[in-house]
Design a protein around this ligand. Sequence first.
Ligand SMILES: *Cc1c(COP(=O)(O)O)cnc(C)c1O
Length: 349
Amino acid sequence: MRAWEKNIRKVVPYTPGEQPKDTDIIKLNTNENPYPPSPKVLNAQTQLERLRLYPDAKVSDLVNELAKYHGLKDDQVFVGVGSDDVLAMTFLTFFNSEKPILFPDITYSFYDVWADLFRIPYETKALNEQFEIIASDYYGENGGVIFPNPNAPTGLVVTLDFIKDVLDHNQDVIVVIDEAYIDFGGESARALLDAYDNLLVVRTFSKSRSMAGLRVGYAMGNADLIKALNDVKYSYNSYTMNYPSIVLGVESVKDEAYFKETVQKVVETREWFEKELTRLGFTYPKSSSNFVFATHSRVSAKEIFEKTKEAKIFVRYFDKPRIDNYLRITIGTMEEMQTLVAKLEEIVL
Ligand SMILES: *Cc1c(COP(=O)(O)O)cnc(C)c1O
């Protein structure tokens, strides 16, 4: 080993889902939205000559649009480069205790990566056999709590009463609810922001707003939390949000009708697809997101994953304890899901 190697920060990175170059693939592996962004986004006028200038470091236009949308004040919203950036900032800003932060054993697989990267101690709490989060697991002393609602990759949602219960038992630490999928089902913890000053709610434009490629995410919380996030951001990179992202992000938030319509289509397709899965002998936790986490009684998830892939239909398979016989299948268009169901019939019937 060369002497300088001991000074290198070593991390096992997060593995994102495959992004194939082929365009004739039915891509149901990374929870993208099958519909294009709002026409307001597609037709937006950006003045690209403005790229000469630094963007607005405060991201005022987008912060203001989001604050209006959620009935909050501007100083209650923080915007970042996808919610991954917002979540990384969140770990760096709020998880600085000697005590471990807590999150579920089966959850977004980036959490342990950030914890390792930032040297944050953590403990995972096992979901029960039905893949449910158990509130009392989060009652003990800890350095902070984070979980997605709905959870990923299970798709299961918890109620606001459940989140209140966790908050009531964790008044001395920051509790983060990652709402990447909340638009597809469940009640937002945003409603609890007035009552709990230690709550941070994180959202993304990548799933329900069809803009994974733009990289926009945000956090909502009380003004002190948002200031703390901004202080860390300005100590790291003041200009995280580029000018086109700000303009296009604003246009997306302005088009509520299109947003509702596309979310509704995904939800309807999900309901149809779940019935088809049942018919084919799959079981799954009832999904409140834009994916279904399914297992088959007879054919292994790995085999189904490989066979659908050969047929140019990509779904997500996690070779991890407890979930290595499950597939996470993103909800695409009705036509895409019909093609998948036809293929699944060949494989499992
Ligand atoms: C997709 C996802 C994110 C990250 O989304 P960005 O594209 O970085 O905004 C965060 N949390 C969960 C649970 C996700 O599934």
